[in-house]
Design a protein. Structure first.
Length: 165
């Protein structure tokens, strides 16, 4: 049977190393840029949603390097994937720093601005993400914490337009 759901594990699928690369994409009326498209770099900072092992949803900030499209020839026909190559920012060293802008001690929802490091995670397979995981864009801004030993972080300021693809 040529149906993938038949469980025929002897059937091979050849994946060719051919992609079409883009500097920007349009989702609904919004244009998302990338580092590879200088004119659209300001719109290349994204927040992406990921479902964790415990079914909770976490949102991570990243900087899109480029978008690409890849088509796999399956026995049931071609399947096209639209993906983004993203550098993910590192967490602030602790929760107190990450949620520095919140009101009170425990209410993480009182402020949607979070502090992250300007450094990136090491490149891994997580750098390739389906574009349907994009939640929204954000504006990066410098934010300094402390007076004696000031440390500069990146303030992640969400643009309140969310996408649910």
């Amino acid at each position: 049977s040529s149906d993938l759901s038949s469980g025929d594990s002897n059937q091979s699928i050849v994946v060719l190393p051919i992609v079409t690369q883009f500097g920007r994409i349009r989702i609904a009326a919004e244009i998302f840029g990338s580092k590879s498209a200088p004119r659209y770099q300001r719109s290349s900072y994204i927040l992406a949603k990921f479902i964790q092992d415990d079914e909770s949803i976490d949102i991570y900030p990243g900087h899109v390097q480029y978008y690409f499209e890849h088509t796999v020839q399956l026995p049931i026909g071609p399947k096209t994937h639209r993906l983004a190559f993203v550098n993910w920012y590192l967490w602030a060293p602790n929760e107190k720093t990450r949620f520095h802008c919140r009101i009170g001690n425990w209410d993480d929802k009182s402020c949607n601005v979070e502090l992250w490091k300007y450094d990136f995670h090491e490149l891994s397979r997580d750098a390739i993400m389906p574009i349907h995981n994009i939640y929204s864009r954000f504006l990066p801004s410098k934010f300094t914490v402390g007076t004696r030993n000031p440390t500069t972080y990146m303030a992640v300021i969400p643009i309140n337009r969310q996408f649910h693809l």
